[in-house]
Design a protein around this ligand. Structure first.
Ligand code: FAD
Length: 577
């Protein structure tokens, strides 16, 4: 197991402060992670700093689809859809444990006038089926040899077989098409682990507070550790200076702030757009391994119902926001999603059925004024300030690799190097030897009496590196214990992520290394004591530090629950019985 721990982080910070880097990346979401990997794979000496935890910004709050985006076709965003479909194909090959094909059912109702955001509305909806068929043919064709599977019209009966929870009245026909899905947070972590394996120095909880200038050019940053040195709430750590020949601002919705901090008038205008999801039980919707597109909302959008891990995700909203603060679902957003869901499902879903919600901000680019967020392009832009600061924003999770490649091409051009593209066929951490590892996992896991769903979860989350988790259970059998009775997470994972994924706080483990914060109805609070005990052993926390971590996580969990705090209290009462 390659170590990525509290100790390696300290060493990385010391090394970053000691000597000039070739490339310093600010921001540890998927974009920054991708740039760190691409630059390290091209042989640059790379550092990356993230002010919170990796993926704690937008990159843990997406719909988790790796897709071209069928709804961008009516907007004629063909280059973006094509790029995303090619990247989808590459990700399926480079990270098969984390990215997998997913079938989608698209129902067509008699009442539909603008399904999938079609701008035209044929009279009485006549010919809509043919238009959707044509659109999906274009989608398949754009994917070319990277396609996952060809779409087909499946008719009314087959649509209801695939999605039995849909209201049958008025259902005319349906389509089956293919995209892919991932675990956005774990994908970011896998990219970071791969970058570290190529020599990149990584530090979470390190906030860039200023820029170091030399001869009018950005020559580095000043940063402050945001986690106390003792890891548990003691004195804040020192400020440090990190020098680098190329500094990349990959801070997503905060990109403009960083440009301003460097003294530049922002060249990129980021328009944050808030998106909220509901998390429901799959059983409630009778959802199988097939996603469903609710084809039309009152504001001309679509809503996905996606089976994801143990749960069903329903989303998303898309509303303009002034600032990217308070990524928590509001009453209005919950009502909007429930309202549209209940138009299409047989059994009404209520607030009490909601396991969790989560929200995030899309870093959309303000390219045209006055457009609704859902009409703003998902494309990205790279700008270079007068001071040499490279800023990238926009794009999608799906296109992170090609965005990163474009940034490092700029750096190669500055260096007078011929651009090479090593990440096109670079397996991410856990991808190599996956088939053999799965077989070994099954055999050794059965000997340890681990349930099939636990083994499947380990294979999907860690790929071939799941064998490291198994080894921990073989050494200490009590680590086979589940963290929550109805979810496949086990105690050994807590040990592993402290040693190999830079988990430093209770929230890191419950919200991002695992997803108890959204899959568990108590938002992971029922597991918090036990996880904190394991982390205390790994990270050397005192009793006081452990108590502080639990208190901080409790605040986080209730803040995230927002208007549904009562659901969390009810789940805690059930767990205590
Ligand atoms: P972020 O993940 O936000 O990373 C930026 C990081 O910079 C943050 O972690 C932040 O803490 C850090 N930072 C900020 N300031 C500083 C500083 N001063 N010092 C150090 N670090 C700093 N895309 C898809 O392809 N498929 C989808 O299904 C999909 N669904 C989506 C649904 C929603 C609701 C949303 C909001 C987005 C969705 N997206 C999807 C888009 C995708 O999630 C984003 O494009 C992507 O995650 C952006 O990543 P990023 O790294 O640019 O930004």
């Amino acid at each position: 197991m390659a170590e990525l721990s509290w100790h390696t982080r300290r060493a990385a910070l010391t090394q970053m402060a000691a000597g000039p880097l070739d490339v310093l990346v600010i921001g540890g979401g998927i974009t920054g992670a991708g740039i760190a990997l691409d630059a390290a794979a091209r042989g640059y000496r790379v550092g990356l700093v993230e002010r919170g935890d990796f993926a704690s910004g937008t990159s843990s709050r997406s719909t988790k689809l790796v897709h071209g985006g069928i709804r961008y076709l009516p907007q004629l965003d063909v280059p973006l859809v094509r790029e995303a479909l090619i990247e989808r194909g590459r990700l399926l090959r480079n990270a098969p444990h984390l990215v997998r094909p997913l079938p989608f059912v698209l129902p067509l109702y008699a009442s539909s006038r603008h399904p999938v955001g079609l701008p035209v509305a044929p009279p009485f909806g006549i010919g809509l089926g043919a238009i959707l068929d044509l659109g999906l043919t274009v989608y398949d064709t754009l994917a070319g040899r990277h396609n996952v599977g060809r779409h087909r019209r499946i008719g009314r009966e087959h649509t209801l077989e695939r999605a039995p929870f849909l209201v049958p009245d008025g259902l005319k026909t349906g389509f089956l098409y293919y995209d892919a899905q991932t675990d956005d947070t774990r994908l970011t972590l896998a990219v970071l682990r791969t970058a570290a394996a190529h020599g990149a120095l990584l530090a979470n909880y390190c906030d860039v507070r200023g820029f170091v200038q030399k001869d009018g050019r950005v020559a580095g940053v000043t940063a402050r550790e945001t986690l106390p040195r003792d890891g548990g709430g003691g004195a804040a750590a020192d400020e440090l200076a990190i020098r680098a020949r190329h500094v990349v601002n990959a801070t997503g919705v905060w990109a403009e702030d960083l440009e301003r901090l460097a003294g530049e008038t922002p060249a990129l205008r980021v328009a944050p757009s808030k998106g909220t999801h509901l998390v429901l039980s799959k059983a409630l919707l009778d959802l199988d391994e097939c996603a469903v597109v609710l084809p039309e909302t009152s504001d001309g959008r679509i809503i996905f119902i996606v089976p994801w891990r143990s749960r069903a995700l329903v989303g998303t909203t898309d509303t303009a926001a002034e600032t990217p603060d308070g990524a928590v679902a509001t009453d209005d957003e919950i009502d909007y999603l429930l309202g549209h869901l209940n138009r299409y499902v047989r059994r009404p879903v209520s607030r009490a059925d909601i396991i969790a919600t989560y929200s995030g901000y899309r870093p959309l680019l303000r390219l045209g004024s006055g457009r609704a967020p859902s009409r703003l392009s998902r494309t990205h832009a790279i700008v270079e300030g007068h001071d040499g600061l490279l800023t990238i924003a926009g794009g999608k999770l799906t296109t992170y690799r090609s965005m990163a490649q474009a940034v490092v091409d700029r750096i190669d051009a500055r260096e007078g190097r011929r651009a090479a593209h090593p990440t096109q066929r670079l397996p991410l951490a856990g991808a190599s030897g996956l088939a053999e590892a799965r077989a070994t996992l099954r055999a050794r896991g059965a000997a340890l009496h681990l349930a099939p769903n636990v083994l499947e979860h380990l294979a999907r989350a860690y790929g071939a590196e799941a064998l490291d988790v198994l080894l921990l259970v073989e050494e200490t059998p009590v680590l086979a214990e589940r963290l929550a009775p109805d979810l496949p997470y086990i105690a050994a994972e807590v040990v592993r992520v402290c040693r190999a994924e830079l988990a430093l706080t209770l929230e890191d483990v419950l919200a991002r290394r695992t997803h108890l914060a959204i899959e568990d109805a108590s938002r992971g609070l029922a597991a918090a004591e036990g996880v904190a005990r394991l982390m205390a052993e790994e990270l050397g926390w005192s009793e006081t530090q452990r108590a502080r971590q639990i208190a901080a996580y409790t605040d986080y969990a209730f803040a995230q629950a927002g208007p549904l705090a009562e659901n969390v209290r009810a789940a805690l009462a059930v767990a205590a019985r």
